[in-house]
Design a protein around this ligand. Structure first.
Ligand code: SF4
Ligand code: FES
Length: 369
């Protein structure tokens, strides 16, 4: 069994933004009972003992936690490389200084679009100008800056403008990541999935920018997996290299696994070591023994690990099936239909639902009424 390399700590699902592509669960209100500072510190200590080297602090918006500086300080003292994944709303000069002093190593900031009107519309709140100021602050304080832009139907045509903004802000790296369809993003898939023509145009723009910005801005471009032939090796394999802990203390092999009908594993009840090595949840899809055909006899089974368990569940109702993104999957028609609908033109595209906080009970009440 390998040791985990990275810990994604989703400190809180509270967030000032309402992005319709959020991968957080739909029942956000069920996660209000958050771990305390001491509990997070214990999780970090145990994760480090297990071999974790990188700590990614995320959410929601991790800056909504008053104790984020203390948590960073603890991680830094343990020798973890600390990365703050943030909307930057709440990154005041004072907070930034405190985080710098606590040992924060890296800032990854989301940008919704290249200019204020589009960006604020997607974020559901005025935030673009604050993001630009925060990006400048990050560079002034000497942090490496990664910009993260989730691409979808409403901003992918401006990928060139986004790259120019990254250049202007002196970002070290930009991650252009097409939306992954979990949580709110799956709910809004009809409104967000770009057409194949859009994807092809964006790819050409990114290729040209790579040559122009070589040695200046490192560009990562994540294709929408619906347009790929084979699925992504999600999380580099189930419970193989990464571990996620969500606000209520549930530990998961990936950030979307709350939806799976599998036994829970919570850090309030078990050590991180027990969860990683012995919990039924982490063992369920580890390795290749669980695989059905066509994965079982496929030469790519150690390359993509049968794709994404959460996507298989969300699209077919069975987490143990081959990811429908794969052209060899018997369920591939589900993805083909979604792609066909995305190519049928803007007139048929619904309005996306903004992310908002409701519990599972509130959601089913809304669904009934
Ligand atoms: Fe990957 Fe399974 Fe498809 Fe083979 S059949 S490419 S292992 S998802
Ligand atoms: Fe859960 Fe891919 S997101 S396994």
């Amino acid at each position: 069994m390998t040791r985990p390399y990275g810990l994604l700590a989703e400190l809180t699902y509270a967030c000032p933004l309402h992005c319709p592509y959020c991968s957080n669960p739909l029942n956000l209100g069920d996660y209000r009972d958050e771990l305390t500072t001491e509990q997070w510190q214990r999780v970090l200590t145990e994760a480090r003992e297990l071999g974790v080297l990188q700590l990614h602090l995320s959410g929601g918006e991790p800056l909504q936690r008053r104790d984020v500086v203390e948590i960073v300080r603890h991680g830094s003292r343990l020798g973890l490389y600390t990365n703050l994944i943030t909307s930057a709303v709440g990154l005041s000069p004072r907070r930034a200084e405190q985080l710098r002093e606590a040992g924060l190593d890296h800032v990854q900031m989301s940008i919704q679009a290249h200019e204020a009107t589009a960006s604020d519309r997607i974020a559901g709140t005025p935030s673009f100008e604050r993001k630009v100021s925060a990006a400048r602050l990050v560079k002034e304080l000497g942090w490496p800056l990664t910009l993260n832009v989730v691409l979808h139907r409403h901003n992918i045509d401006h990928v060139g403008d986004v790259l120019r903004l990254a250049e202007e802000l002196r970002a070290d790296r930009i991650e252009l990541a097409n939306t992954q369809y979990y949580g709110w993003a799956l709910l809004n898939r009809g409104a967000l999935l770009p057409s194949r023509a859009q994807v092809d145009r964006a790819e050409a723009v990114v290729r040209a920018a790579r040559d122009r910005l070589r040695g200046q801005v490192e560009i990562t471009y994540v294709l929408p997996d619906y347009y790929e032939q084979y699925p992504k090796p999600c999380m580099d394999g189930w419970a193989r290299r990464q571990l996620t802990v969500v606000p209520n203390g549930d530990a998961l092999p990936c950030p979307a696994a709350q939806v799976l009908p599998l036994p829970r594993a919570n850090v309030r009840e078990h050590s991180v070591e027990w969860i990683w090595t012995r919990s039924p949840l982490f063992q369920r899809f580890r390795g290749t023994d669980w695989m059905p055909e066509p994965c079982r006899s496929c030469p790519r089974r150690e390359i993509d690990f049968g794709g994404c368990r959460c996507q298989a569940f969300l699209l077919t109702g069975d987490a143990a099936r081959t990811d429908p993104v794969c052209v060899l999957s018997p369920d591939h028609g589900i993805v083909v239909d979604a792609v066909r609908a995305a190519g049928e033109g803007d007139a048929l595209v619904p309005r996306p639902n903004p992310r908002r906080v409701t519990s599972g009970r509130e959601r089913s009440r809304t669904a009934r009424s």
